[in-house]
Write a protein that binds this ligand. Sequence first.
Ligand code: SF4
Length: 133
Amino acid sequence: MRSKESVDYEHPAQGPDHCGECEHFIAPEACEFVEGSIAAGDWCELFEAENPVMAELREAGITPTREAVIDAEWGSSVPDPWTLEHELELPEEVQDFSWLDKEVEGRPHPGAVNDEDPPEIPGREQSRNSDSK
Ligand code: SF4
């Protein structure tokens, strides 16, 4: 953990950015990297803006789980097949590459051509199987 002095901590923030919009903020008053009590209206030089979708979900009182982020980003139009490119569009906090392991195990991954038995996208209920019923 870093001390407030070592990261030019401002209480309150002197500019437009503040801890409440930082991806390292742990509500209600902590930080991943800076020790001590951290107020949402403060700032330090380690500030990194939180992904806007994650921020919107939090502001709406919704826990930004992987499923919630995918729903917010794509709704009923989740890309099919799901590819590495789509995975990388997700905020790091909710990325899950476990479906790539399934390819290593000999199973087709969501980006495969002629994918007859695609593995589920982690954190997302599959709808394509229900289409054929
Ligand atoms: S701005 Fe600095 S102190 Fe505030 S949450 Fe981000 S990293 Fe922590």
